[in-house]
Design a protein around this ligand. Structure first.
Ligand code: UDX
Length: 440
């Protein structure tokens, strides 16, 4: 099938590339001509495992193209996906100006002789946005254009986007006409995954409800972790014990510094705002957000309790990305931690396997020293803080680390190291919701 993806950011580029890999002909469009030139030259602007090779392969066989023009692309496409950003406004509501602008541009490009088009919203949007997009297109398009609006939310995780797209748990298609539903089912025909067919409003709601529920699981286990810390229990065992119940599951019960990234913080906020606007405040989610906002502050309090005064103390931070396997630092808790450490006068050095270039513009002005090598980063540090769950850190050479640090003290904000291993090397070790290993 011929598909257009409007918006070549994270979701648009990965989705478009995977559609091409599935055998479709895909044009990825973006109004940022610089980005389009970069993509046309064979480079990709983000780090995502497996993506670059798939882009190159599909460009080479002519299934994937990049274009700055919506009008030219949709003329030859049966399905048009909208994958533009929906950032938060300061009051937590969703900024839909990019969606509205794209709807107008599509309307102006649509012509009756192009035939029936299905316009699919992939961006995360508040429930009832599809209705607004439909009204906008009808308002700005000429007479006799034929189209339907579909909601097809994307559940990919950064760092494993390609696998999530090619092997999803489920595909949600929200359509209000059988014709549109059948077209989108054809798009996904090469993928073996259950399809849930819904109306447009339900599909839109599924995305916000799913992300908020996952965020809720994380805040829940983080709240349990605090109880563990006060009582000497081990949150890893507690998570295992509750996760063995299939109704709960062990996934997304990893205690740590809390969730970051471009989705959870924004989507929880948006769902709170949507519910409030509907006159049914979702106070449970307000608590989820509060637990997440205060989780790293509680961690910082524990570091301060240990060092007494942070001013002039050298603290090394391993991990800047909001999670492993990405260079994305949006809403990264690691950066919030760096900011607070610097605010208290600590001398902060930091490192990350992939996110140094994205973190640098934020950290350089704070005076954080960025060091490529993780052991050099920890040299002479009084405390090492682990802020992102990279496997490099989980597999660190502890003897080597012990040799470079001034004090053998680790605060592991992601529970990736084993207390027993640290005890064996003589480290003092503090993590989240687990008994500490005290100085040998
Ligand atoms: C998330 C959803 O998982 C995905 O379905 C949706 O499409 C977009 O939002 P993503 O933001 O890429 O994906 O990352 P995810 O792996 O979900 O992690 C989000 C944050 O939660 C990270 O900061 C991670 O460190 C944290 N997290 C995750 C935990 O603290 N504990 C966990 O158990 C899981």
């Amino acid at each position: 099938m011929n598909l257009t993806i409007i918006g070549s950011g994270y979701v648009g580029l990965t989705t478009g590339t995977c559609f091409a890999e599935m055998g479709h002909h895909v044009i990825c469009v973006d109004n940022n001509t610089e980005k389009i030139r970069t993509l046309q030259s064979g480079a990709i602007p983000i780090y995502e495992p497996k993506l670059e090779e798939l882009v190159k392969k599909n460009v080479a066989v002519g299934r994937l193209e990049f274009s700055p023009s919506i009008a030219a692309s949709i003329a030859e496409s049966e399905v048009i996906f909208i994958a533009v950003p929906t950032p938060p406004n300061t009051d937590g509501s969703v900024d839909l100006t990019y969606i509205e602008k794209v709807a107008r541009e599509i309307a102006q490009a649509l012509q009756p002789e192009m035939g029936y088009k299905v316009i699919v919203d992939k961006s995360t949007v508040p429930v009832k946005t599809g209705e607004k997009v439909s009204q906008t297109i009808k308002h700005y398009a000429g007479p006799n254009v034929q189209f339907d609006i579909v909601s097809n939310p994307e559940f990919l995780r950064e760092g494993c986007a390609v696998d999530d797209l090619l092997h999803p748990d489920r595909i949600v298609i929200g359509a209000n006409s059988e014709q549109a539903m059948n077209v989108i089912k054809r798009v996904y025909q090469p993928i073996h995954a259950p399809i849930l067919e819904t109306d447009v409003n339900s599909a839109e709601l599924i995305k916000h409800a799913a992300n908020s529920f996952l965020a809720l699981k994380i805040s829940y286990i983080n709240a349990v972790a605090k109880v563990c810390e006060k009582t000497g229990a081990d949150v890893e065992l507690v998570a295992e014990g509750i996760g063995m119940d299939k109704r709960i599951s062990r996934h997304f019960l990893n205690a740590g510094l809390g969730y970051g990234g471009s989705c959870f913080p924004k989507d929880v906020k948006a769902f709170i705002n949507i519910s409030r606007t509907l006159g049914i405040p979702f106070t449970l989610l307000e608590e989820v957000e509060h637990i997440n906002d205060t989780q790293h502050i509680h961690f910082l309090d524990r570091i301060r309790d240990r060092l007494w005064v942070l001013k002039d103390k050298k603290i090394a931070v391993w991990g800047l990305a909001f999670k492993q396997n990405t260079d994305d630092v949006r809403e990264s808790i690691a950066l919030k931690l760096c900011e607070k450490l610097c605010g208290e006068g600590a001398i902060v050095t930091a490192t990350d396997p992939k996110a140094m270039h994205t973190a640098a513009p934020i950290l350089n002005p704070m005076g954080v020293k960025l060091v490529e090598d993780m052991y050099e980063c920890a040299r002479d540090a009084e405390v090492l803080v682990i802020a992102t769950e990279w496997s490099e850190y989980a597999n660190a050479d502890l003897q080597k680390l012990a040799g470079v640090m001034r004090n053998r003290i680790i605060f592991d904000g992601r529970n990736i190291l084993s207390p027993a291993n640290l005890r064996a090397v003589g480290f003092e070790y503090h993590s989240v919701g687990r008994p500490s290993v005290e100085e040998a």
